[in-house]
Design a protein around this ligand. Sequence first.
Ligand SMILES: Cc1cc2nc3c(=O)[nH]c(=O)nc-3n(C[C@H](O)[C@H](O)[C@H](O)COP(=O)(O)OP(=O)(O)OC[C@H]3O[C@@H](n4cnc5c(N)ncnc54)[C@H](O)[C@@H]3O)c2cc1C
Length: 300
Amino acid sequence: MDVVVAGAGIAGLSCARELAAAGVTVRVVERGRVAGGRLASKRIDGRYADIGAAYFVADDPGFHALAERWRARGLARPWTDTFSVFPGEPVTGPVRWAAPGGLRSLAEDLAEGLDVRLATVLTTLDVDADAVVLAMPGPQALRLDPPAAVAGAARAQVWQPVIAAVLTYPERVWAELPGAFVNDHPVLATVCDDGDRRGDRAPVLVAHSTAGLARQHLDDPSAAGPVLAKAVGELLGIAAEPAIHAHRWTYAQPQPGGDAAYATDGRVWLAGDAFGKPRVQTAWQSGRAVAQAILQSTVR
Ligand SMILES: Cc1cc2nc3c(=O)[nH]c(=O)nc-3n(C[C@H](O)[C@H](O)[C@H](O)COP(=O)(O)OP(=O)(O)OC[C@H]3O[C@@H](n4cnc5c(N)ncnc54)[C@H](O)[C@@H]3O)c2cc1C
């Protein structure tokens, strides 16, 4: 059996790994020059900063077991269960995990040993394969004109953009954070201490914009950088000017999906974080569920 997986984000990689482990021939094609998708770490001045997912939680037993295996190998670590809230008091929640090498290093670990073709865009579903898995946001899948049920599921997804700004300061001049949710702010949604989560104590904060600010700056994300830097400075009482690197995520966050773990029509499958609570774990679960369903369909 041959399967093509389009998208080397965590959904595509979990799908491909599960299929490969069962002996299926899998080819992963990824539009980007690196694996990871929104599990993204950008090298800035020789250091990786997480510009996509800020952290992950692992309350699914299978994903938690994977997180523990990463932890044993020094690839991931529990970061914090407490986030600041502006305005308000800190909240304690689930343990958030981070990666010393940046979250993309986890995607690279999943990609190890797989046939992953980077900088390769899937442009047609007319490929020589028994199944094609579109492990990507619905709007990106729609560009491939998928069959009706997959197209319907993709169209039903509602996505918000985010602009991430990496703010590098001359030194660490803020109180312990480690991350903060910012409520009812016109431009700022979250800010995280990247030096704290990565564990190297670098003087780097990463701010995520509101969808409103991102929409205004989709054509020119770098213009949103100073806006976010100013908001972070005011929020945390930082007078120093940071160096700023801004990154646009046109499809950053979907609205939470329903109970389905994926959509399918014939030999075409759609996976990703829109199938459930939009987060890293959901994407991993969705990709794995597609693989299990493909494997089931072959033993019938
Ligand atoms: C700013 C931001 C903050 C976030 N914060 C958190 C957080 O704190 N915690 C959390 O759990 N989650 C967070 N998330 C969400 C998390 O990043 C996602 O849930 C997860 O990474 C999605 O994985 P995925 O594989 O479904 O999709 P993606 O990572 O988007 O992967 C899809 C891949 O498909 C590729 N692709 C698209 N079209 C094609 C094509 N035609 N051919 C080939 N390849 C193609 C893309 O290049 C991409 O690599 C955040 C996301 C963003 C953007």
